[in-house]
Write a protein that binds this ligand. Sequence first.
Ligand SMILES: [Zn+2]
Length: 337
Amino acid sequence: MIKNLEIYTSEIANFKTDNLEELNQFRLKFLGKKGILIELFNKIKEIPPEERKQFGQDINILKSAVLDKVETLKTDIESKQHSRHSTLDVSRSANYMTLGSRHPISVVMKQLCDTFKKIGYTISEGPDIEDDWYNFESLNFTEDHPARDMQDTFFIDEKTLLRTHTSPVQIRVMETHKPPLHIICPGRVFRNEAITARAHCIFHQIELLCVDQNVSFADMRQTLDYFVKETFGPNRKTRLRPSYFPFTEPSAEMDISCDICNGKGCNICKYTGWVEILGCGMVDPNVLENVGIDPHIYSGFAIGIGVERLTQQLYKTKDIRLFFENDIRFLQQFESM
Ligand SMILES: [Zn+2]
């Protein structure tokens, strides 16, 4: 019997578990109604009277050992489970945030700004909401010019509107700064147009303005050539067509050969093989007068580049609407930029 007690003592001392169910089995094995301890107590009467006292004490020691063991292991297991469910687990590996990417329009805007910064131009910006003076009147738009029509412009009230081009920034700069001026004005513009694969009611422009003494059409042509070579490489074909803008005289539009169809004709180039990417011209003397610059001393040129058209050509994007849909499958393709 004494030998049995020794075996039980060592079994209790060596018992280990991190499972509550196993611990319960252990507890029942010793303390249950048919457990070892009850069995041992029942055997007291079989023990010779002179050994009973000692035997009783030994059983009680065994009982306390079981109770201690159960209590200790239970506390351990519960504290481990608690830390597993707690929100702070210092052993976990860190969560990585997915990196975003630049929007293709932003990529191209930055590229164009960098191109012109290299030849001495600085960036100027202005508000999206303009008044009639900055958007139209100062830029030589007559009172009855069709661009003032409700169909082309988003009016907020009779004299306030969403700017239809970035040219108002030129006026704001010329009103407050004296020539020589070399600025680029990147920004968002708005026109009340039907949304198609090649046109949208919101788009982006970068305008360039150079005002100094003796600035000529040849200077503008040279700046255009530089811009096309920097942006599209040395082999892209360009052509200048005479055009009309109220704020420049003479005016021109520049086309580049369509890279989406290699000049063969597609819906982006309206099946002509050419895509218009910018308007340009010599600043109309009336505009210079409107901002207090003497047109007899100074002359200048302005270039307005449509960023979406350019981006479409650079990345062969067939539908302008993709730039505004925020479809992650489209945007992820620009992740490395
Ligand atoms: Zn084409």
